[in-house]
Ligand binder design. Structure first.
Ligand code: RIB
Ligand code: CA
Length: 313
């Protein structure tokens, strides 16, 4: 079975690893990359996405999307995690290919109308493009197959604040819109992505199997790994963004639980994804909220092998 997807992304090093996995896997058909601010400014995210397509020999639409959060000031970005260039300061030669002239939101709407019920939106950055697409096309939930996001922290602490994960924190109001929509949404948050650290040996395997794509990920991940390995005895990093894609192919590797979700948009709870499993609250703030699926566990070794096998193709 082939999965038609649109990847909404803020590349970003773990985004790059995920994008290459999607390009490599024969059961994933990437209709386009829609970019958003987050790890880097949206202009850099868009240029980085086109560069990744060039490196992988993919000629697909890449669009530029929202560069600001729904509410509040411009982001300060995550160059301290992903480097000044978004690729661990490896500064690959930037592609000069033109972007698709449409906004990311418009591209999402156009594709959903062209392939009604067939597309999974896979969002691995802040959610402003999906929120804007919902506002422009209120029927979007009926037009897509489902939504998978890397973001949130349902039952574990956040990575930007004690309660908030970066993608949700970066655009909490947009996330609130997306989580409140009536579509089939599965959340791959820190609950599952931080359970599975990846070692330098994993990067070596990717590079051995695929010198171009794996070599890029290995080189770009050195800076990223240094960030994640501070205050640790071992060298690790976390490829958060590949999880929703792995689930498309092998959902049986994941443990998923249902819950009703609300997103915090205040000063203290900005970006907090508060998930109430069924029957755990009588508060209408949650009992009247959308039910989503939350990934809570994954079989790490099989997940790692899935990535390695795809890069080896
Ligand atoms: O919190 C991790 C998420 O934020 C990942 O998507 C990473 O790329 C950053 O966007
Ligand atoms: Ca990302």
């Amino acid at each position: 079975m082939t999965h038609k997807i649109i990847l909404d992304t803020d590349p970003g090093i773990d985004d790059a690893m995920a994008i290459f996995f999607a390009f490599q896997h024969p059961e994933i058909d990437v209709l386009g990359l829609t970019t958003v601010f987050g790890n880097v400014p949206v202009t850099m995210a868009a240029r980085n996405a086109v560069t990744l397509c060039d490196i992988a020999g993919q000629d697909i639409p890449v669009t530029q999307g929202v560069g600001m959060p729904w509410v509040g000031p411009e982001s300060t970005y995550a160059h301290f995690v992903h480097g000044d260039d978004g690729f661990g300061n490896t500064f690959p030669k930037a592609s000069e290919k033109p972007l698709d002239p449409r906004s990311s939101a418009q591209f999402i709407i156009d594709m959903a109308r062209q392939y009604p019920g067939e597309i999974t939106l896979v969002a691995i950055g802040p959610l402003g493009n999906l929120a804007l697409a919902l506002r422009l096309e209120p029927d979007l939930p009926k037009l897509v197959k489902g939504v998978s996001i890397m973001g949130g922290a349902a039952f574990v602490p956040g990575n930007v604040t004690p309660v908030a994960e970066a993608n949700i924190w970066n655009d909490a109001h947009a996330a609130a819109i997306v989580f409140a929509a009536d579509w089939k949404l599965t959340m791959f948050g820190l609950d599952v992505t931080l359970q599975t650290p990846f070692s330098p040996t994993f990067m070596d395997k990717l590079a051995d199997k695929n010198s171009t794509l794996g070599g890029f990920v290995k080189d770009a991940s050195q800076f990223y790994m240094d960030f994640y390995s501070q205050n640790r005895d071992d060298k690790v990093c976390f490829f958060h963004d590949a999880f929703p894609l792995a689930h498309l192919i092998h959902p049986e590797l994941f443990t998923v639980t249902e819950g009703q979700v609300r997103v915090g948009t205040g000063e203290l709870d900005r970006g907090q994804t508060v998930v109430a499993p069924a029957g755990t609250t009588a508060s209408p703030l949650w009992t009247e909220a959308q039910t989503i699926n939350v990934a809570t566990k994954v079989e790490h070794d099989k997940l790692e092998q899935l990535f390695i096998d795809a890069y080896a193709l």
